[in-house]
Design a protein around this ligand. Structure first.
Ligand SMILES: [Ca+2]
Length: 138
């Protein structure tokens, strides 16, 4: 007689809770699941979803236990992994944030700040020399 044991609650190794990624960066997903019936040939389906992107991956546990994605959109994603042994479903979730890669923006705002400083200094020098020139004429 075979009695099914439920799969263990999946332990999400990656990504870490609260982790922040720049958009376009590769994000690796990895979880650990145990089900004693695997030894007897039971197949465990692992399905990953994002609250924003929907399904990220859906695979059989024996084929792989990790995958990567680099196309997640900006926002706070609740990442849920559901394991299913054909009889019992059990899930776990974590949350990550994908944020805009503002490297270019950061660089251009630095340049703008520099230009503003140069203009202010130029104005101050102009006013200073005008004032001094005016004093000499008097
Ligand atoms: Ca089982």
């Amino acid at each position: 007689m075979n009695v099914n044991d439920p799969p263990s609650k999946p332990l999400i190794l990656l990504p870490k809770e609260g982790q922040v990624f720049k958009k376009g960066v590769q994000i690796t997903f990895e979880c650990i699941v145990h089900d004693p019936d695997v030894n007897a040939g039971q197949r465990i389906q692992v399905r990953w979803t994002s609250s924003i992107s929907g399904e990220l991956a859906n695979y059989s546990l024996d084929s792989r236990d990790t995958f990567s994605r680099s196309d997640l959109p900006v926002g706070r994603h609740i990442i849920t992994v559901v394991v299913y042994d054909g009889l019992v479903e059990i899930s776990n979730s974590t949350s990550i944030t994908v944020e805009k890669d503002n490297h270019f923006l950061g660089e251009s705002s630095y340049i703008i700040t520099l230009i503003v400083i140069i203009i202010v200094v130029a104005c101050l020098l102009f006013i200073y020399f005008r004032f001094n020139a005016g004093k000499r004429h008097n």
